[in-house]
Design a protein around this ligand. Structure first.
Ligand SMILES: Nc1ncnc2c1ncn2[C@@H]1O[C@H](COP(=O)(O)OP(=O)(O)O)[C@@H](O)[C@H]1O
Ligand SMILES: [Mg+2]
Length: 277
């Protein structure tokens, strides 16, 4: 079963019949357990697309199944939101309680989890994000990276299988960003969660299984990180710049220095440079 199967999705914020579309006939499939990165400049429709996945926006046109559930069926709304959770951009807007365990428990209570099972579920979710024993901490006292990991724990506690990160690291400092990215990769690898990661940082897409590029409410291209991130003209047409190591590769080419392959990461760049001598 596909985690996400979307076909010909269009959306207008103005009105369903309007010609002013924020999404134009987008088709996208995400396999169970896949880590997919969605790249695109501001306003390209990334958030509008993924808000359909957990029914934050109603389907105006097209077909969409999330974890096998028809997004048009109102009776499945809550189950769909439970299976497909979202971590948003602003770490400070995601809490309903100022105490970590109460915040995570809130989601569980909403899904009628028996009270006696809640403390264990909360602790398991905290362990999954690398913050065991943090339940009694005040959410105000956490770093940005820790706040995003608590938001993620809230989603995991209600047994989400599909997790969407909508620019969830863009407001974090580099260490915070690193800790959230590590938690994401751990979840993907160890717990086989389906991850949909929206970012405008190219470096985040390097470790994805697949990368989608959006522009003007459409998907311009999809492929492996290597296919997409080394395609300078594709990225330029979407208003994006390639990862630093790719830029250096092309700069070196223009200066007459040819590397064996185009490096995607700093480590690969170093390897390729060492090979020259
Ligand atoms: N709540 C809204 N009301 C009206 N227009 C919106 C709203 N949210 C987004 N848009 C418009 O929809 C388009 C896509 O926006 P969005 O999905 O937020 O892009 P991204 O997440 O890629 O930055 C943009 O033109 C944006 O201005
Ligand atoms: Mg957005």
């Amino acid at each position: 079963m596909k985690a996400i199967a979307g076909h010909d999705i269009s959306y207008s914020y103005a009105s369903p019949g309007s010609i002013e579309l924020s999404l134009t006939g987008v088709s996208i499939e995400v396999s169970s357990g896949e880590l997919i990165a969605i790249l695109g400049h501001n306003g390209s429709g990334k958030s509008t697309l993924v808000k359909h996945f957990n029914a934050l926006l109603p389907l105006q046109k097209g077909e969409l199944a999330v974890a096998g559930m028809d997004a048009k069926d109102p009776s499945l709304l809550w189950e769909l939101r439970r299976k497909c959770g979202m971590v948003f951009q602003n770490p400070d807007n995601q809490f309903v309680s100022s105490i970590v365990d109460e915040d995570i428990a809130f989601g569980l209570e909403n899904y009628d989890t028996p009270a006696e099972r809640i403390p264990r579920k909360v602790e398991e979710a905290l362990e999954s994000v690398g913050m065991p024993g943090a339940g009694k901490r005040s959410t105000h006292m956490l770093s940005g990276g820790q706040k995003q990991r608590i938001a993620l724990a809230g989603v995991l506690a209600v047994d989400a299988d599909i997790i969407i990160f909508d620019e969830a690291t863009s407001m974090l400092d580099p260490p915070g960003k690193r800790e959230v990215m590590e938690a994401v990769r751990r979840l993907h690898i160890r717990e086989h969660k389906t991850v949909i990661m929206i970012s405008h940082d190219m470096e985040d897409a390097v470790f994805a299984d697949r990368v989608c590029v959006m522009a003007d409410g459409k998907i311009l291209a999809a492929g492996t990180p290597r296919e997409i991130l080394t395609d300078r003209s594709l990225l330029a047409s979407a208003g994006l710049t390639p990862p630093l190591s790719v830029q250096i590769y092309y700069d070196l080419c223009e200066a007459g220095v040819e590397l064996c392959r185009c490096p995607l990461t700093e480590e690969e760049l170093v390897e390729e440079l060492c090979r020259l001598y």
